[in-house]
Design a protein around this ligand. Structure first.
Ligand code: UDP
Length: 411
C-alpha cells in the first residue's frame, strides 16, 4: 500500500506533495494537539479525521482530543452556535456554569498534554476556555472558528470573546466572519479529502445499490440535501421547494442526515421534517448512522442535483462533496456557500424556497447546462478545496506563528 502522501500525489501531482514536505521540515517532531467536541458528525470531525493522520505522516506528532460534557453543556454550546450565527438567545446562568465547569474538568484531564504541546488548535466555542486552564503552556494556541460569525448576537460574542482574545492567533473560513481580536487573524477555507470513503470514486453498481437500499426510484430525477437536522440548514425550505417543482415535473427528494454527538436540537428538527414530509412516497427522510460515509457518497453520486439551502453556513462541506462528484449545487446565498457556488457557473445561489424551485426546474429542463455546471463544479473543487491546499495553509500558518516579529521567512 502506498503512503497516504503518495496516494494524494496521484491526484494533485508530485510538486504539490514535495512542497508540503518542504514546509513540514522545520516543524518535524513538534507536538500538535487539535481539540473539538465530537469525534463524529459535522464538518469539524470530518476535517480532523484526515488532517490528523496527514500531519502525522508529514512528521508532526499530532493528536486529536475530544472534550465531552453533560446535557447542560451541549444545550449551552448549541445556544452559542445559534447566537453566534445571529439568533437572539437567552442562556440560563446554570448552563453557562456547566460550560465553564465542563472545560475545567476537561482541562484537568488534558492539562499535561496541552501544556506540553508546541501548537494547540482549539476548534469552535466548545473548548475555548481550555486556554485559561493551562497556565504553564509552552506552545502557541490558535482558535479555529468554523462558524458564520458575521452577525453574532452581541451578548454571546462578548462572553466568548473573553476566552478567545488571549489566543496567539485565530483562523476563519471567510473574511466576512472575522471579528476584531488582538492577535493575527488568518483565513483558511476548509476542504475535502478525495480519498476518504465519503469522496472516493465508486463503481456504478455501488451507486445503483442506494436506489434499492433506500427505496428510491431510479427513473425519477433525484434532488438531495445531506445535512444534520438543524434549522440553519433549512430542510423545511427544501421540502417547500420540492413541492413547487413537483407541480410541474416529476421529481423525488432525499433529505439525509444523522445527529452529531454535540447537537441536542437534531431530534426536534427531524420530527418537524418528518411531519412536513407527511406520507409523500417521493420524499425520503433518511436518518443515517454516523459512519454512513460510503452511503452518503453513493447518494450524492446518484443525485441529479444537490441542494444546500442553508440560511447560515460556516462553509458547507456537503457543498464541496457534491461538487467534487460533478453535481451542480443549489445553495443558500450565505457564508461559505458563496465561496463555492459561483452563481450560474458551478450552481445557483438562492434566498428562498421559490428561488430554489425555479433553479431546480431550470436545470431539470436544461440537462446540458446541468452537466456543464457539474464539470465546472468538480474542477473548481480540484483547484481550490482539496486537503493538500488546506494542509499547506496550516503548515504555513504554523511557520509564520513561530517566526513572530520576523519580517522575512527563508526556507
Ligand atoms: N454528514 C454525515 N452524515 C450526516 C450528515 C452530514 O456524515 O448524516 C457529513 C457531511 O457529509 C459533511 C459533514 O458531515 O462532511 C457536514 O459538514 P458541513 O460543513 O456541511 O456542515 P456542519 O454539520 O459542520 O454544519
Amino acid at each position: 500500500m502506498n503512503s497516504l502522501l503518495e496516494q494524494y500525489a496521484a491526484i494533485v501531482g508530485d510538486t504539490v506533495i514535495d512542497q508540503l514536505k518542504q514546509l513540514a521540515r522545520p516543524l518535524a517532531g513538534m507536538k500538535i494537539v487539535h481539540v473539538n467536541s465530537t469525534r463524529e458528525g459535522g464538518g469539524v470531525a470530518e476535517i480532523l479525521s484526515w488532517l490528523v493522520p496527514l500531519k502525522q505522516e508529514l512528521g508532526l506528532e499530532t493528536e486529536w482530543e475530544v472534550i465531552g460534557g453533560d446535557k447542560d453543556f451541549y444545550q449551552c454550546t448549541k445556544k452559542f452556535h445559534n447566537g453566534l450565527q445571529g439568533n437572539p438567545v437567552l442562556i440560563p446562568p446554570a448552563q453557562l456554569r456547566a460550560y465553564e465547569r465542563t472545560n475545567e474538568e476537561n482541562g484537568e484531564r488534558l492539562r499535561q498534554t496541552l501544556e506540553a504541546a508546541d501548537f494547540v488548535f482549539i476548534h469552535d466555542p466548545q473548548p475555548a476556555p481550555l486556554l485559561q486552564m493551562c497556565p504553564g503552556r509552552k506552545g502557541k494556541w490558535v482558535w479555529r472558528c468554523h462558524i458564520d460569525l458575521s452577525h453574532p448576537h452581541r451578548a454571546v460574542w462578548k462572553y466568548l470573546r473573553g476566552f478567545v482574545a488571549s489566543y496567539d492567533a485565530s483562523i476563519w473560513s471567510l473574511a466576512d466572519f472575522a471579528q476584531p481580536l488582538p492577535h493575527p487573524l488568518y483565513l483558511i477555507a476548509p476542504s475535502i479529502d478525495p480519498l476518504s470513503q465519503k469522496n472516493i470514486g465508486l463503481s456504478a453498481d455501488e451507486v445503483n445499490r442506494v436506489y434499492e437500499q433506500y427505496g428510491i426510484n431510479p427513473d425519477l430525477p433525484l434532488i438531495t440535501q445531506i445535512s444534520r437536522f438543524d434549522y440553519f440548514k433549512d430542510p423545511l425550505g427544501v421540502i417547500q421547494a420540492y413541492r413547487m417543482v413537483k407541480e410541474f415535473s416529476p421529481v423525488q427528494l432525499v433529505l439525509a442526515g444523522g445527529g452529531a454527538a454535540d447537537d441536542p436540537e437534531g431530534e426536534e428538527v427531524l420530527r418537524e421534517v418528518q411531519a412536513a414530509a407527511g406520507d409523500d412516497p417521493d420524499i425520503h427522510v433518511l436518518l443515517l448512522p454516523a459512519d454512513a460515509h460510503r452511503e452518503i457518497n453513493a447518494l450524492q453520486r446518484a443525485s441529479t442535483i444537490c441542494v444546500q439551502k442553508s440560511t447560515r453556513e460556516g462553509f458547507g462541506l456537503t457543498v464541496t462533496e457534491a461538487m467534487w462528484k460533478g453535481k451542480p449545487v443549489i445553495g443558500g446565498d450565505t457564508g461559505g456557500i458563496r465561496l463555492q457556488v459561483i452563481n450560474h457557473h458551478t450552481g445557483f445561489l438562492v434566498n428562498t424556497p421559490e428561488g430554489a424551485a425555479l433553479r431546480i426546474r431550470y436545470l431539470l429542463k436544461n440537462r446540458r447546462k446541468l452537466e456543464d455546471m457539474g464539470r465546472k463544479a468538480n474542477e473548481f473543487v480540484y483547484q481550490n478545496f482539496l486537503v493538500t491546499r488546506h494542509l499547506r495553509e496550516y503548515l504555513t500558518l504554523m511557520i509564520a506563528t513561530m517566526q513572530e516579529g520576523v519580517e522575512r521567512i527563508e526556507m
